[in-house]
Design a protein around this ligand. Structure first.
Ligand code: ZN
Ligand code: ZN
Length: 270
């Protein structure tokens, strides 16, 4: 797995964020002989290299900018032979997902329309459930956020990965929803929102995010083996993320890692 973008909300740059990286959400699962699976299409997706002709399955959690802005810059979009499937929550207003995306990638907010790209992605609106996409087992569940959002689980080559990029922590102190725990049950790796400190969450109680401690609650309730703290606030400096490593990464149950751009994690079945 490779982390192409680990930020939430908006891309950022500068000396204070250079080590952990400034691109928004995009994580690739690159299993030999399988389609490339990408979680989200934030600005990091520009750095996701895809061999010509290889099938790509993009699992987009929701349509906020930090999860889709990379699509027009995703390299396979410039290749007519690309085989790209983009899945995202079925829009609540009933408009097909492809029309929704075409309305986002067009003049005046982008120089050309989606239909001007050589590649012709398939857009698939999803609900909660389980299905096979390009031979890959993909599960999804509704996740509390701002606007309709899905979390995903991919089971591939004997490995399971959960991805819950944006997750509203309940402010009444109740725990994670059972649907999310079920989705992530027993995964080898869980990539989870950890955007706010407790103080920040108190000041932004309905902005759709959670603390690293809540991410740990989800991971423990689901019995995930390895938690990756993800979707860092654009204000979060490298030094603060070093502190997050110090505070949380001594845990062995689950193992905890703080997401860093360009980092790879090797997952072996068995
Ligand atoms: Zn986000
Ligand atoms: Zn969002």
């Amino acid at each position: 797995m490779t982390f192409h973008g680990v930020r939430g909300s908006t891309a950022c740059h500068g000396e204070e964020t250079a080590r952990f990286g400034g691109n928004t959400s995009c994580v690739g699962i690159d299993a030999p002989g399988e389609p490339l699976v990408l979680f989200d299409l934030g600005t990091g997706s520009r750095y996701a290299a895809v061999d010509a002709g290889r099938e790509v399955i993009c699992l987009v959690t929701h349509l906020h900018w930090d999860h889709i802005q990379g699509l027009p810059f995703f390299p396979p979009m410039l290749d007519q032979a690309s085989r790209i499937t983009v899945c995202a929550p079925a829009p609540v207003d009933g408009v097909p997902l492809g029309e929704k995306m075409a309305a986002i990638i067009r003049e005046p907010v982008f120089p050309v329309g989606l239909d001007s790209f050589p590649a012709r992605p398939d857009f698939v609106g999803l609900d909660a459930g389980q299905r096979m996409i390009g031979g890959v087992a993909v599960s999804s569940a509704e996740v509390r956020h701002v606007g309709r959002t899905l979390g995903y689980r991919v089971d591939l080559c004997g490995i399971s990965v959960g991805y819950v990029s944006d997750h509203q922590q309940p402010m009444d102190g109740s725990g994670p929803d059972p649907e999310v725990i079920d989705l992530c049950r027993g995964v080898d790796l869980l990539i989870h929102d950890s955007q706010y400190t407790a103080v920040e969450l108190a000041g932004r109680p309905d902005w759709g995010h959670c603390t690293p401690e809540f991410a740990l609650d989800v991971a423990r309730a689901a019995d995930a083996r390895h938690l990756v703290m993800f979707h860092h606030d654009p204000e979060r400096s490298d030094c603060q993320l070093d502190e997050m490593v110090e505070v949380h990464c001594h845990s062995t149950s689950p193992r905890v890692t703080v997401a860093r751009e360009r980092a790879t994690i090797e997952l072996l079945a068995g």
